[in-house]
Design a protein. Structure first.
Length: 315
């Protein structure tokens, strides 16, 4: 049976995709020129409120250039992570939809939209790489691999081969719903102009992608046998946990490489861990909205798993 889980609203958002995909159509908005930096109304490279370690007394008293260095360093790390995530992980999930690798045959409308998303994600990876390179060169920043990417790859490598397409899809589903929420949060704050433009345009595209993956998830869930539903719940919670963690290895190395290293790195890392835990519900908001469109939480054992992880309230 051919499945078309896309609502008319979601289908319509891809009708003029060739001219409306923001990141593809506006490459010059992300050029990091001296004029763009100097004319920006703010000098923040990443929202300070989303970098909890900046509030620690040992860091808040640092010179302004040290604070901006840490902001820019995290921005580059976030963009490098985005490049790898979109290109090597999310697009694998799209391939599984387009090429019917989960035992569910989607119709041409869904496959065509998937190919458009695949193309978008390639551009997201490319613009993130270019912007990251510009910022890294501007600040002479060292780069390091993302702990989140490493954990996601470990999770995928450990999956049983017969379930791998489903697990890849679930990683893509969680990723796209989480990043849409994260980008929405990022765009509420003023940043250096090219960076602000990049996040706003990325959000415009990702809002469509999140809706697409959410509706595909509803269809996939309906067709999973009970044993695979149990597996899917366990994986969704594990994947959300990975996406909700702060990159502690990056933070540890960055604090030590800062022009004025702080005195209490372990204390700062512990506070960032606490902050990430407190943000779990916000980070998972888009994912949970999609889950609530299914009967997943009607199963007591499944609901209990989400409650125990602090993702939903018990009621």
């Amino acid at each position: 049976m051919t499945q078309d889980p896309l609502s008319p609203r979601t289908s319509n958002t891809f009708k003029h995709w060739d001219i409306e995909s923001s990141v593809r159509s506006r490459p010059n908005r992300y050029l990091l020129t001296q004029e763009a930096i100097q004319s920006s109304t703010t000098k923040n490279w990443f929202p300070p409120i989303m970098l909890p370690f900046l509030r620690h007394p040992a860091i808040s008293v640092m010179p302004d250039h040290s604070i901006k260095y840490l902001q820019a360093h995290y921005l580059v790390h976030f963009l490098d992570y985005t490049t790898t995530l979109e290109h090597t992980i999310v697009n694998r999930a799209v391939e599984n939809i387009v090429h019917d690798r989960m035992g569910i045959t989607f119709n041409k409308n869904v496959r065509d939209a998937g190919l458009k998303i695949y193309t978008d994600e390639g551009y997201h990876a490319q613009y993130s790489a270019v912007l990251a390179e510009q910022v890294a060169n501007h600040f002479t920043l060292a780069r390091m691999s993302s702990a989140r990417i490493s954990k996601l790859n470990d999770l995928l490598r450990s999956a049983d081969q017969k379930h791998l397409p489903l697990v890849q899809f679930l990683v893509g589903f969680v990723s796209e719903t989480v990043i849409a929420t994260e980008l929405l949060d990022l765009t509420r704050h003023k940043l250096i102009t090219p960076v602000h433009h990049a996040f706003r345009d990325h959000l415009h595209d990702e809002a469509r992608h999140a809706q697409y993956f959410s509706e595909c998830f509803v269809s996939v869930w309906q067709h999973l046998p009970t044993a695979e539903k149990l597996l899917a719940v366990d994986y969704i919670i594990e994947i959300l946990d990975v996406f909700c963690q702060f990159d502690e290895p990056w933070l540890s190395i960055s604090l030590m490489s800062c022009p004025t290293p702080p005195v209490y790195p372990h204390e700062i890392i512990n506070e960032s861990r606490k902050w990430a835990t407190e943000r779990r519900k916000l980070s998972a908001l888009g994912t949970l909205e999609a889950i609530k469109r299914t009967d997943l939480l009607n199963t007591t054992a499944f609901k209990k798993s989400f409650v125990q992880q602090g993702l939903i309230d018990e009621c």
